[in-house]
Design a protein around this ligand. Structure first.
Ligand code: GDP
Length: 201
């Protein structure tokens, strides 16, 4: 997919105020500092569409961007900083939960995880929660430039081992680097293929 246009639409904290139409949307979410803003900017080839390196605790908003006038890229707040807690409910702000539960326009979520780290409970819990709520998602491994190919494979295998304890198969996943522009085509083509399927119905 070629990115012809990428524009900010609206930020808000209430799902009810999100754009009220049937444009398909894809939500990007992950721990604070995972590289989400950098990835969004890399995908859209815009230097600062999403704000990078925001300090943890900055206003938590649901940000809608319209891409090529035909799909929404949704930048959700980072989770898992400061108030890390054993209770998932406390960690995932209520409105994020509400977003996933109520947003019928959501086609798929992308859960970002830093490829350098071992699988973290908070990310695994979140994926589990998405599964229980039948929300389709893919995993995006970020910062792949920081590891050698062999280490990348090992870290993905670690995820696979853990996820296969609860999932029948490894969720769809992408290996990316915002710095080196790795994974851009794959991710955009994936979104495009789903959009094409949707437009045929
Ligand atoms: P966010 O909080 O998830 O939006 O993360 P940011 O995009 O602000 O990135 C957090 C930090 O990770 C920043 O210092 C980025 O420069 C760095 N970073 C983000 N993506 C990459 C990447 O692909 N490779 C490397 N080496 N660093 C990255």
């Amino acid at each position: 997919m070629k990115i012809k246009s990428a524009e900010f639409v609206v930020s808000n904290q209430e799902v009810a105020k999100c754009p009220n139409n049937n444009i398909p949307e894809y939500a990007f979410i992950g721990r604070s500092n995972v590289g989400k803003s950098s990835l969004i900017n890399m995908l859209t080839e815009r230097k600062s569409l999403a704000k990078t390196s925001g300090r943890p605790g900055k206003t938590q908003l649901i940000n809608h961007f319209i891409i090529n006038n035909n799909w929404y890229l949704v930048d959700l707040p980072g989770y898992g900083y400061a108030r890390v807690s054993k209770s998932t409910k406390k960690v995932f702000q209520k409105f994020i939960t509400a977003y996933f539960e109520k947003r019928t326009q959501l086609v798929s979520a992308f859960v970002l995880v830093d490829i350098r780290h071992k699988p973290q409970p908070i990310d695994l819990e979140f994926m589990q929660w998405l599964g229980e709520n039948t929300i389709p998602f893919s995993i995006i491994f970020t910062k792949a430039d920081k590891l050698k190919p062999k280490a990348i494979d090992t870290h993905i295998e670690d995820y696979k081992t853990i996820l296969l304890e609860t999932w029948e198969e490894m969720p769809n996943h992408f290996v990316t680097s915002a710095s080196k522009k790795i994974g851009r085509e794959e991710l955009l083509d994936y979104i495009e293929s789903i959009n094409n399927q949707l437009s045929q119905h």
